[in-house]
Design a protein around this ligand. Sequence first.
Ligand code: SAH
Ligand code: SF4
Ligand code: F3S
Length: 443
Amino acid sequence: MRENYFIRTYGCQMNENDSEKIAGVLENKGYEAVDEIEEADIIILNTCCVRENAELKVFGKLGQLKQLKRENPELLVGICGCMMQEDHVVEEIKEKYAHVDLVFGTHNLHYFSELLEEAKQENSPLVEVWDESKELISDMPVQRSEDHKAKVTIIYGCDNYCTYCIVPYVRGQERSRPAASIVQDIKDLAADGVKEVMLLGQNVNSYGQDLDMEIDFADLLVQINEIKDLDRIRYMTPHPRDFNDKLINTISNLDKVCEQFHLPVQAGSNKILKEMNRGYTREEYIELVNKIRDKNPNAAISTDTIVGFPGETEEDFQKTIELYKEIKFDMAYMFNYSQRSGTPAAEKENQVPEEIKKERLQYLMDLQSEIGAEKNKELIGETVEVLVDGPSKKDPSKLAGRSRTHKIVIFEGEENLTGEIVNVMINEAQSWTLFGELVEKSE
Ligand code: SAH
Ligand code: SF4
Ligand code: F3S
């Protein structure tokens, strides 16, 4: 009898949300989550293929599972997610990883319950991956990873086809969920004690364009802002090209929408931005940031950047550095360009050598670390509102939480404040973290 399960999730929050659905199905069937992979009777790897590194990690893990399967032939090994939408990956698994029992993709996740039952009966591996979404994923039970915060997917897929990116090929076309069903989900979550929702999509501000109804992302935010007992609304990821004035104005008027703006810029050179098919220039991006800061003086702006896109010269890279110095991001995720087969940029001849990419990335990371620390120091002496996540992982004698701007705040307090909103006066700041003292409970 199989009883315990372990899910390992790679990649973005959409994948984390999918894993919560897989966990929901398993919990409904009576399985229990375990912290140690060795104790599991069912292991699911939910994979990401956005960069080569992510794929290498998955294959490494899959290799390790061979031994576990040898020790326990009853173990069921399942693998799913974005990597499974690539034909060559599925072929490789079939050829080299015979210990895998179940393979499924992003488009048939909602059949996980049935697929699992079928796989349990079969001796040979069950491989079922769909090329496209034939239906919008119907309701799946969700096992939340936290009590006071929840992720809610509002739009699946991506139609942007940035030339470096594999996501549109593995996640399919944009499909918005009906607003009524999103709002109902969030009402239920708020009634269940959830204080903060994270609205998810690869491009949240193209929400609604594919629906019959006249509704856009700003309209959706207005509806969600009205939900009683909900305190905070976040969203990930907006596309700078689609961040229009209506959205900026709406957000600054809605009290629950947090002053956190994650705007992936990707590059500072107009030549590279054009080749990436991002749909905005450096000047337009800067103007957008200025407008947002005008309306929301407390706004935190964060970004994603790719270093070493094909054809990126030293001069192009300098444009990225200048942009970082000019904007002063609160936070940035920086990546080396990774060739993804099937994407236009991967076919280009003028690939940047690995050594140069590494050097540029290190330079940019060092720069951002200084800028981040500088931005955070501006907050010393200020009181910020914090939603408490629980004991800090690094120092469990202290509490950790997030400000409205999504900065990590560490302070002393009782564990029973977990899930509460408190005020913290900041007295120390580092590149990634703020430290402070509890002031008084807000409410
Ligand atoms: N839809 C979001 C997130 C996409 S994936 C967006 O548009 O920003 C998250 C980040 O991974 C991207 O912002 C980009 O910076 C990075 N990324 C995507 N493809 C990549 C590639 N081939 N190599 C390196 N980084 C990549
Ligand atoms: Fe990829 Fe661009 Fe879509 Fe983001 S917007 S998921 S980077 S194609
Ligand atoms: Fe990775 Fe898929 Fe997300 S490729 S970044 S897990 S959408």
